[in-house]
Design a protein around this ligand. Sequence first.
Ligand SMILES: N[C@@H](CCC(=O)N[C@@H](CS)C(=O)NCC(=O)O)C(=O)O
Length: 239
Amino acid sequence: MAPEQITLYTAKICPYAQRTEIALAEVGATFKRYEIDLANKPEWYAPKVNPASKVPAIAYGGPDVAPEDASPDSIKLAESLILVEFIADLYPSSNILPADPVLRAKARFFIEIASSKFISNWMKFASGNPEVTHTTLLNGVDAIQDILPDGAKYAIGDQYSIADIAFTPFWARLMLVLQKGIGAYKVEERESFLKAIEEPKFTKFNGYVQRLLERQSFKSTFHEDIVEAVFRRRLGVPK
Ligand SMILES: N[C@@H](CCC(=O)N[C@@H](CS)C(=O)NCC(=O)O)C(=O)O
């Protein structure tokens, strides 16, 4: 069955939204993209598209209407990880969610580890929460590296998958703020992290994230200038 129309409500700044954009790029889907200004959300967005008033969200199927005019006859879906799996299910031959039950479980396990050990911490670090130090971030990196398969390109093997998609936008944003010196962390914390991450013990992880950032679907959906400008405004610079 051919997929029906997809309208994606998204925001360039948002790492969760970027997950869905990477997935759509990977599967080669045609879709309408609508940028939501998170600082000034349209009044129709929550009542017509996503009651939680967050991006990303998808309107699926229904009549061909303008994104501002979402039809009650389309299916409204939200939550980035659910959307990424939905996109994978619409395009099974893309293999971003492999058919093999073991690989599916491995992908979901990787997402669980990346979420609990890294994704939950990176913004706390960037916004200067003293409970999250460079050591906390390195422990997260360690946990991820531990479950990366040896000698493979990506999180569950040589096949790029939802696991890689779920993690990349967050790693990219952390590296951007650290490299540009944006964030409310202490200067020493930044230096300690950047020095430690270069250590040989992280060689496997560094090879992995380099491949993630080189992926065309990531590059074409990462708007570095916008992310930098918004974070500069929101997070300031280290003390
Ligand atoms: N758990 C959600 C999180 C989405 C989320 O937090 N999105 C943020 C932007 S990154 C948002 O839309 N926040 C609402 C707002 O800023 O008003 C998901 O995975 O999709």
